[in-house]
Ligand binder design. Structure first.
Ligand code: CDV
Length: 310
């Protein structure tokens, strides 16, 4: 029997600063129901799916940003998502800003099974941007101010018929992200993203080039680790700042098999045959047969590049 996960990627359109959680959750619910009507097993929502992309705003007092965080999951506003998913028998993966009981702040994504149990939790490891206000930027990206780096590594979970992993936005640009999950036999990696359409430090970089980077790194991650990859954008104009769309599902050959056409709420679907990972995992990317770890030491012993002396 093939192991087919019918996957929905529920791209979000923009969320404005004053949009209440309840209204956002209603939008997510509408997409969850669309996916259930198409008999999907699993729906992927974006990074920080419940709020506007608040790290673009500077706040001198960090605690004043706690209103963007969820101290409970599910909480009052999100419980309906869990209850409805359980009734419909559909799993989902959701990104949100997590405030722990110890008052730690993480950019988090969870994996929820068809019984509405949280079976996986990932906390973003690669936090882009900066911690202080930087006037030279066209807009701010203060993830390093409001979050601490994830403390859970890149785990994978055997659930919903396959081996599932997650990462978040900037993580997709780092081959290490996918390889650590590849080394655990991952078959489907789900990630959400909030990526500005333009570069705050390089105005001449085109939106097309940035979309190319977006897809390039996810396609490479899929192929080089022989797994499915799904990327879910929060897209469109948030408070005058445009986020790219381009949500997609990528097969283990690195090919895009489903692609969002709009910059708004939009659900795309694909039947992901997890057994399609096996061929490359057993041949070109049979890690046990071909990897040469005696030459990879620098990857985990050094962060910055050190060119040879002049
Ligand atoms: N949310 C993100 O992590 N965004 C980054 C941007 C700032 C480059 C990304 O890698 O898409």
């Amino acid at each position: 029997m093939p192991r087919v996960v019918r996957l929905a990627v529920a791209q979000s359109g923009p969320i404005q600063k004053d949009e209440r959680r309840e209204r956002v959750v209603a939008r997510l619910l509408a997409m969850l129901k669309q996916a259930a009507a198409r008999r999907c097993h699993l729906v992927l929502f974006p990074e920080l799916a419940l709020t506007t992309f608040f790290p673009r705003y500077y706040e001198a007092e960090r605690a004043d940003m706690d209103r963007w965080f969820e101290a409970e999951m599910p909480g009052a506003a999100t419980r309906v998502l869990f209850d409805t998913a359980r009734e419909l028998g559909i799993g989902f993966s959701l990104g949100f800003a997590e405030l722990t009981p110890e008052r730690r702040h993480f950019n988090t994504q969870i994996l929820v099974d068809a019984e509405a149990r949280i079976v996986g939790r990932y906390r973003k490891v690669h936090l882009p941007g900066h911690a202080e206000f930087e006037p030279q930027r066209a807009w701010q990206h203060l993830e390093k101010r409001y979050f601490e780096p994830g403390d859970l590594g890149f785990p994978v979970w055997r659930t919903m018929g396959g081996v599932m992993g997650m990462c978040i936005c900037n993580d997709r640009r780092w081959p290490e992200t996918f390889r650590v999950m590849g080394l655990q036999g991952v078959e489907l990696v789900m990630l959400g993203y909030n990526t500005p359409t333009l570069n705050s430090m390089k105005p001449e970089e085109t939106a097309a080039t940035r979309m190319h980077h977006n897809h390039l790194c996810m396609q490479a991650g899929a192929y080089q680790n022989a797994c499915w990859v799904a990327g879910c954008a929060k897209a469109g104009d948030e408070d005058g700042y445009d986020l790219m769309a381009g949500s997609c599902i990528i097969n283990p050959d690195g090919e895009i098999v489903a692609l969002a056409q709009t910059s708004d709420d939009e659900v795309i679907f694909h039947d992901c045959d997890l057994d399609a990972c096996a061929f490359l995992k057993q041949t070109t990317f049979d890690f046990a047969a071909h990897r040469r770890i005696e030459h990879y030491g620098l990857i985990s012993s050094q962060t910055g590049a050190v060119p040879p002396p002049e």
